[in-house]
Design a protein. Sequence first.
Length: 366
Amino acid sequence: MDRDHTRLLSQTETLNYLESRPEISGNIKLDFADFVVQEDLGFSPSGCGNHIFVSVTKKGLTTIDVAKKISEVAGHKLSSIGYSGMKDKNGECTQWFSFPLTDNVEQILSSIEDANLSVVASKLNERKLKIGSHRRNFFNITIRNCAGGQDNFEDRLQAIREYGVPNYFGMQRFGHKMQNVIAFYESIISEESSVSRCKKANRYKVNSRTRGIQISAARAFLFNEVLSARLNMENWTTYLPGDVLNLDGTESYFLLEEDDQREKIQRRLDIFDIHISGPLAGIINLKDKYVTRLKAADIELGSLNKYEELLIGLKNLNVMASRRPLRFRAENLQWFWINRNTLNVTFSLRKGCYATSLLREVCLFD
């Protein structure tokens, strides 16, 4: 792979689209209220226990900014503050946090509020809120200065409704100018002179939180490459021999044992009951029955092997391979025109899906 990182940096421009690159454009996030996100935990805090769950609405703040503020005001370590997922800084986002129960809860909740942060609700719960605990996010997005014709916007939204959305990891996963992936790649290159794999692994573990971000970015980058290849081949929703399939809305995966089931499987794909999956690269467990084979494996390896250094780095870190669906469905996707060049779009996404991946299919953003 080139040391100037050209191929890494170019991914934002080279990923294929559901249809074609949009020729229409618009603006988002001109105001915080143009990008509204509401987190749905999928459960209610129990009302008893040693942790306070607090729902807040934030504007112009990252999730980490809020966690740090709660930590400072409550006098707890940052690591004791819980949240389920990262929410956009440049939006009006409502999400849950947790912190250990103290005697002065009301004072803490009052003290964290300011012009950009308000408390919506609070309730006791037995356990800390963990990453990935929520079920979905609701989005209400306003696209302003739409240029290119209302029919073209609606045609692209209708295609999203009919075919689903390529389940790309959003560019926010990679950091500014792909810095998280580049840092991981550079660390691999710098370790090539190490005497042993053991030394490499030990060095990789330095600053484990940062390393975890870089590992996630590298795997996301590789997944996006595989998905883009299948979009280019126009078979990202078409069953191929050897595909590993995902049952919609679950972490369950399976392989087709009998080839005579292909027509039935394709019908299930067409109604979003199941999805074709792609690789989150790492060491493949020899006991794992759900590993791609045949034509599907050829496509995956053809994309992954272009980035051998990243694969080696993940394996040296003992990262285990897993899977991710190649598409997602925007639930309750609706839209209407506020005026002739302002479009409102609402939908909900399950956790792990990126609104930015849906929006890139609609139009280009200035």
